[in-house]
Design a protein around this ligand. Sequence first.
Ligand SMILES: [Mn+2]
Length: 339
Amino acid sequence: MHSTEPVVDGYTQQDLCQAVELLAAAEEVTVLGHLNPDPDAFGSAIALGLALKERGARVRVSFGAPEELPASLAVLNSGDLFVPASAVPATASLLVTVDCANPDRLAGLADLPRSTVAAGGQVLVIDHHLSNSRFGTHNLVDVAAESTTVIVLRLIDALGATLTEPLARAVYAGLLTDTGSFRRARPSTHEIAARLLAAGVDPSATGRALTDTHPFARLRMLSSVLGRAVLEPEAARGLGLVHTSVQLADLVGLPAEEAESVIDIVRSSSEAEVAAVLKQAGPNRWTGSLRAVGRLDVNSAASAFGGGGHRFAAGFTTEGTLTEVQDRLRAALAAAPLV
Ligand SMILES: [Mn+2]
């Protein structure tokens, strides 16, 4: 069991054993996903939380922002584990972060890894982002994993936890969304999905709740946002860039999470290798989402802003006017390496 032979990219069998020992011994655990959680972040936290709760641990699941659980994630919220960020204590004997590349992704809870270690606790980092800074006392980072929920499932199996339907649904949610609805799937991805469906997951109801259900007011928001989309064929090293912005005025009467689905519409433009959506987070503050079809490394472009992610899907937060951020984005994409 305790060989140092790598089982997968980024961590060894020994790393996995140590993480299992840490989780198996834990009596009280705080599990945090990244801010503005997606189904992989929240699904990973809930799946792990349910497995630890079954073992008798006291578990809380949270994320740095927003305070409320986004409506689209309610379908994953099992086991009464979620608490708002304001109810998370400043230290934990065991802190687990899931799908977070660095402490900044914890937003208002970004100091917890440091304060937990200072108080003698342990920090387990579970992630699949290329840009992960391995900020835990223990790190399970596998950049080849389809989703963070897949790494969590390996831990759940090693703990001998029961694959109940709510737990399987949470794992499935991350797998579904992080593979682009199984477009980026290997044969083994479908073997994992088969196990989850056999555990009782309803793929139609789960998929619809996670990605195909929005408030009516989103249609008007899309109308303005898509109406100002711009195609720049010469940008992104001549491979083409399509971009737009979601401004604060567009989101009046809508939860901020509704901005997250815009990138999936913008990226469908056949003339552009790269799609970008700049979401306004304050008067001069922007969060960017970048997607590439498969020829340009947008993780590298995002890192020019201090962000990161995966080669073909990355993000960043930055300050400036919209025009300034757009100019810096063009420059970052012009310098991004081809794959
Ligand atoms: Mn993920």
